[in-house]
Write a protein that binds this ligand. Structure first.
Ligand code: CP
Length: 289
């Protein structure tokens, strides 16, 4: 049994092994893991929650539904006591999305595998792994690829997870965003300076729900300055791809007409999420590296 809490815990070798297992599953390998997993989502999710459920189904695992709004969390039960309860009733692993950064520190010592489905603005390791798998499928390498991450970087657990992993794997990573959204990263506010040389343009959602009272750029203003307009897309390399973890604000981060364009891998990322999550569940439940 193993946890997957942050990308920082994975070596390049471990990342490549998980990518290799995702490829095995995509190529038709089937295994029966057996066991029970509970999916605890304390924040909304469509892709992560549903693709974990699909991955669990494909691996022969039993998924226990956990509805936070009908659980004893509403009576004040702590996260520790909730997960300890699941351990006591025989659950083997938990997938948790929670608004608090590093919520998993509260769970030290509990004997179930913990897979982080996103902790506030902290990390989103399975999204990062599916992004890496998508890039690897396209280019077969990470070394010397130029990845530009554009958008709401300060609030993005996807940016934080991917920035470190991509750099560790040898990619060049640039950040583009409004100056006040750069967080700990050195960024530019000029997407036009990067668009022609970028191999992977990774767009990030503007996270309206995490901007407390701050002034958000008007929709049109953001799209013109920082979004992928039709004109910018026309300047991209022939081989370059567009990614976005979704959900998408159409005509904000990306022009509506480009969401499913030829170089977009946005829906392929979602497909890959199932195979990566199968690999992660196998790793977590069998301790396979
Ligand atoms: N990309 C992602 O995490 O999507 P959900 O919030 O729908 O899970």
């Amino acid at each position: 049994m193993a946890n997957l809490l942050t990308m920082k815990s994975l070596t390049n070798d471990s990342i490549m092994k998980l990518i290799g297992r995702a490829a095995d599953f995509e190529n038709g390998e089937r295994i029966e893991l057996g066991g029970t997993v509970a999916n605890l989502f304390f924040e909304p999710s469509t892709r992560t929650k549903m693709s974990f459920e699909m991955a669990e189904h494909k691996l022969g695992l039993t998924s226990l539904p956990f509805e936070t709004s009908f659980s004893s969390v509403l009576k004040g039960e702590t996260l520790y006591d909730t997960v300890k309860t699941l351990e006591a009733i025989g659950v083997d692993g938990v997938v948790i999305r929670h608004p608090e950064e590093e919520y998993y520190r509260q769970l030290e010592g509990i004997g179930v595998a913990v897979i982080n489905g996103g902790d506030g603005s902290g990390q989103h390791p399975t999204q990062s792994l599916l992004d890496l798998y998508t890039i690897w499928q396209e280019f077969g390498r990470f070394e010397n690829l130029h990845v530009t991450i554009a958008g709401d970087i300060a609030h993005s657990r996807v940016a934080k997870s991917n920035a470190a992993a991509l750099a560790q794997l040898g990619a060049k990573v640039s950040f583009v965003c409004p100056p006040e959204w750069s967080g700990d990263f050195e960024s530019s506010d000029r997407l036009d300076d990067y668009i022609e040389e970028t191999d992977v343009l990774m767009l990030l959602r503007v996270q309206h729900e995490r901007h407390e009272g701050g002034e958000l750029l008007a929709k049109e203003g953001y799209h013109e300055s920082y979004g992928l307009t039709v004109e910018r897309e026309s300047k991209m390399k022939d081989s370059a791809i567009i990614m976005h973890p979704a959900p998408i604000n159409r005509d904000v981060e990306i022009a509506d007409s480009l969401v499913e364009c030829e170089r977009s891998r946005i829906f392929k990322q979602m497909t890959n999420g199932v195979f990566i999550r199968m690999a992660v569940l196998e790793y977590a439940l069998k301790g396979r590296d």
